[in-house]
Design a protein around this ligand. Structure first.
Ligand SMILES: [Zn+2]
Length: 308
């Protein structure tokens, strides 16, 4: 089963039923008059299902371009497998991501460390040939003729994170720069290594533009009044940071205790933890988010003590 959402005549969000849920990863199919672009195809385990959905629902679509918001396995782990099936394509990524796609060993080892069983379930990434990779500069464009996709650097979730603005239609593909959205609940995507300062700067950067549609990777989109979602994610990130800084100053030094305290105070986090973690594969995902935020805030609190 899959879930395909039409945003406009040229842009679709496709979700396969990975991890037993059809609202886990937004993959985007952007169809220009001659060629199409796929954004965030997902991990290796996702690729066969994704290609099946595209074949069934979009017949002869001519995918010549594949872009990722960042190289984490849940977004780009399947690139190697996908390219083998698609043949002649270009793959767009932040320049810092290029070497990790050519040689994914380090990426795989780090993913196993951070994601544990989930990484193993995703399957390892396969290497890409250097000649198909394009390192995207900030504000550069992927040109599909009648459709333009602008890359904006949005570090914080990862140093090599890119968001994309699709015109016409003013749609923001935020990736993981704007948090998770599940059944209307919002929380920042802060798995380690997370950088709070960069993350908030990136949110401010994204809020300088206006959008008809804003979409996040996990999962879905909002249409109209998009600035509300952007503001909510920023507020939530700063609220978590303030609570955590306070707990650290009060002697909390165990991430588990900090997580439990945040869970007690934040209804949205509690909802997502309960809703998601009934699936075994999601166990620990909310904890990992808080852990990344804790590590980043701890560094900042340390700097503050040093200065005063
Ligand atoms: Zn993600």
């Amino acid at each position: 089963m899959s879930n395909t959402i039409k945003i406009n005549d040229n842009v679709y969000i496709i979700s396969t039923e990975l991890l037993n849920t059809s609202d886990w990863l937004s993959t985007y199919l952007i169809i220009g008059s001659k060629e199409a672009l796929l954004v965030d195809p997902g991990p290796s385990i996702n690729i066969e299902n994704l290609m099946e959905v595209i074949k069934t629902e979009f017949g002869g679509v001519n995918i010549k371009h594949v872009a990722v918001t960042h190289i984490h396995l849940d977004h780009g782990g399947g690139l190697g497998k996908l390219v083998k099936l698609l043949g002649d394509v270009k793959v767009y990524v932040h320049p810092k991501g290029v070497k990790h796609l050519i040689n994914p060993n380090k990426l795989w080892e780090a993913s196993k460390e951070v994601l544990g069983d989930m990484a193993v379930f995703f399957n390892p990434p396969e290497p890409l040939e250097p000649n198909i990779l394009v390192g995207l500069e900030d504000r550069s464009n992927i040109d599909l003729g009648d459709i333009n996709i602008k890359a904006l650097y949005t570090p914080g979730h990862a140093p090599h994170h890119i968001s994309y603005i699709v015109e016409p239609g003013s749609m923001l593909i935020a990736g993981d720069a704007l948090g998770n959205l599940f059944n209307g609940r919002v929380y920042p995507v802060t798995v380690p290594p997370f950088d709070l300062v960069e993350y908030v700067k990136s949110i401010d950067r994204l809020s300088q533009f206006t959008y008809n549609v804003v979409s996040v990777a996990h999962f879905g989109y909002v249409e109209g009044d998009t600035e509300i979602l952007i503001q909510r994610v920023k507020d939530k990130a700063l609220a978590w940071a303030a609570v955590i800084a306070d707990l650290i100053k009060n002697g909390y030094d165990q991430p588990k205790d900090i997580y439990n305290e945040l869970l007690r105070r934040d209804l949205e986090l509690r909802y997502v933890a309960t809703y998601r973690e009934k699936y075994k594969m999601f166990e620990g995902t909310s904890y990992r988010a808080v852990l990344g935020m804790y590590q980043s805030v701890k560094k900042l609190v340390g700097l503050q003590n040093f200065r005063s």
